[in-house]
Design a binder for this molecule. Structure first.
Ligand code: PEP
Ligand code: MG
Length: 549
């Protein structure tokens, strides 16, 4: 078994044999032209027009996002600057094929040097050139292999024309050596809900017929998997397929226990998508993301408008807004202390707000105004709170300024250790597993070299969550989870077993978590949690929870 890593797109899983995209056409010879220039010019023009027409027709047949992408490629084939360059090269003695190849190549290099979004469009130019050259040679254009048997398509990179009309019963997943999360392969894979793993540097080693698992959720391609890995992947695939096609319902367990599924948002613009994906409200609105580029503190009015726009999208629903969480990975010029040796351990979150209380007061005032003009059920919470005294400070201040429901995030282990005291003074607690894991494991969440420690499955983290859940149950206070852990379908079950009463996540993860919760009763979730708590490592907790250890 060999594991190749890349960037996963979506959460799908597929198992099947590899089929590679055919190699590109041989490079046209640089030998001088022997035919008249006029003939070569006409041939080039005709082939460009034919490819343009074909791309447009294929786009119209595909519709949606694919059409946009194919229309953009058709425009490349019709670009007058490219035609002028091709003509110039033919007039200087090149064959039509060579002139097309060189002209497109020089544009491609130019685009690539620009990097970013434009750089990722470079693959599209190459694809158009290949099609024009194939047309000039009167040979079929390179494309997705024909097959009656389902397969996993492996390529250096895929062009829109390849992916637009993919037969989704035959092509199970896409694996590419090149490309990033914004490449066309990724965009179209997302639009078509086909599992994809892009930027897999070891993809060149894959051969036709190799059995692989492409796991987009894990960003992994497993070559020659053993039967256990195949069985586990088949289970994940079944779950993913069910989730993708299941009706959007409110979150609940198999026995009917409700587990509200909420969205993590950073801007009111993201609200509509979250609602479409079935978010029952907002579990974490990261207000600091609105003001990352501001030099001065936002005014009450600026904030009121943003918060009201958010609340309006969720009439009658719970919306949990977090007070500005400045510092460490999210510095705010107007709130973050200038120079600190260890910013993650410094004056951040509630500590920074307390040091400049007027900023916190303004934010709470703006939130109270927004609440008064909308129908949503606003709740406000503070980040980076250390104990019950800090929690009480925040809750009292929020109430003084007109906030009806106020709580705190559990991100610092000290707060979890005194969870019983905290539950006495707040209306709710929301567990931020990203920071809770970082601080419990003493591993900077931004640092690749210690990334393996940043695993919320670690039993030390789970035991803190258990404590928070128990304190919530004892006092009747809700305990939500809003860190990335809630987006992991298997861990979501364990979190509910540990006492989480709601789960909040990036909206794209809602469907998978919704489907996973429906597979267990509360009693089963608790059994899984109890098993995971006895583990000695994150990996062991995973297998104990799954019952595979
Ligand atoms: C967390 O720490 O888990 C959390 C949700 O907050 P953020 O990721 O914004 O720090
Ligand atoms: Mg946090």
């Amino acid at each position: 078994m060999t594991e190749l890593t890349g960037t996963g797109v979506g959460r799908g899983v597929a198992i099947g044999p590899v089929r590679r995209m055919p190699e590109p056409l041989a490079e046209p010879s640089a030998e001088p032209r022997t035919t008249p220039a006029e003939e070569a010019r006409t041939a080039a023009k005709e082939s460009l027009a034919a490819v343009q027409g074909w791309l447009t027709a294929r786009g119209a047949a595909a519709g949606g996002d694919a059409q946009e992408v194919l229309d953009a490629q058709a425009m490349m084939a019709a670009d007058p600057a490219l035609l002028a360059d091709i003509t110039k090269r033919i007039d200087s003695g090149a064959t039509a094929e060579r002139a097309v190849f060189e002209a497109f190549e020089s544009f491609r290099v130019l685009l690539q040097s620009m990097g970013g979004y434009l750089g990722e469009r470079a693959a599209d130019l190459h694809d158009v050139a290949q099609r024009v050259i194939a047309h000039l040679r009167r040979v079929p254009a390179p494309g997705v292999p024909e097959s009656d048997e389902p397969f996993i398509l492996v390529a250096h990179d895929l062009a829109p024309a390849d992916t637009a009309l993919l037969d989704l019963d035959i092509v199970l997943a896409l694996v590419t050596r090149d490309g990033g999360p914004t490449s066309h392969t990724a965009i179209l894979a997302r639009a078509k809900s086909i599992p994809a793993v892009v930027g897999v540097s070891g993809a060149d080693a894959l051969r036709d017929g190799d059995l692989v698992i492409a796991d987009a959720a894990a960003g992994l391609v497993t070559l020659d998997p053993d039967s256990r890995a195949v069985a586990a992947a088949a289970d994940r695939r079944a779950l993913w397929r069910r989730a993708a096609t299941a009706p959007v319902t409110d979150g609940r367990l198999a026995d009917g226990t409700p587990v509200p599924l909420l969205a993590n948002l950073g801007s009111p613009h993201e609200a509509a998508d979250a609602v479409a994906l079935g978010a029952e409200g907002v579990g974490l609105f990261r207000t600091e993301l609105l003001f990352l580029s501001s030099d001065s503190a936002p005014t009450v009015e600026q904030q009121r408008a943003q918060y009201a726009a958010l609340l309006r999208a969720f009439p009658g629903r719970k919306v949990v807004v977090r007070a500005l969480d400045a510092g460490a990975d999210k510095p705010l010029a107007f709130l973050t202390a200038a120079q600190e040796e260890n910013p993650a351990l410094g004056l951040r979150g509630l500590r920074a707000l307390r040091a400049q209380e007027e900023i916190l007061r303004d934010q709470l005032r703006a939130l109270a105004l927004a609440q008064a003009e909308t129908q949503a059920e606003l709740q406000v919470m503070a980040p980076m709170v250390s104990d019950a005294v800090e929690a009480e400070y925040f809750v009292d201040l929020a109430r003084e300024l007109g906030i009806r429901v106020a709580g705190v995030m559990a991100e610092v282990p000290s707060l979890a250790l005194v969870a019983d005291q905290v539950a006495q003074v707040t209306d709710f607690v929301s567990i931020g597993t990203n920071d809770l894991t970082q601080y419990t494991m003493a591993a900077d969440r931004m640092l690749g070299s210690v990334a393996s420690y940043q695993d919320p499955w670690h039993p030390a983290v789970l035991r803190l969550i258990e404590r928070l859940g128990a304190a919530g149950a004892a006092t009747g206070k809700p305990v939500g989870v809003c860190g990335e852990a809630a987006a992991d379908p298997d861990l979501a079950i364990v979190l509910v077993g540990l006492g989480a009463t709601s789960l909040s996540m990036t909206p794209a993860a809602l469907a998978d978590v919704r489907a996973a919760l429906l597979t267990v009763t509360l009693e089963e979730a608790r059994e899984r949690a109890t098993r995971a708590l006895t583990a000695r490592s994150a990996a062991e907790a995973r297998s104990l929870a799954a019952g595979t250890a």
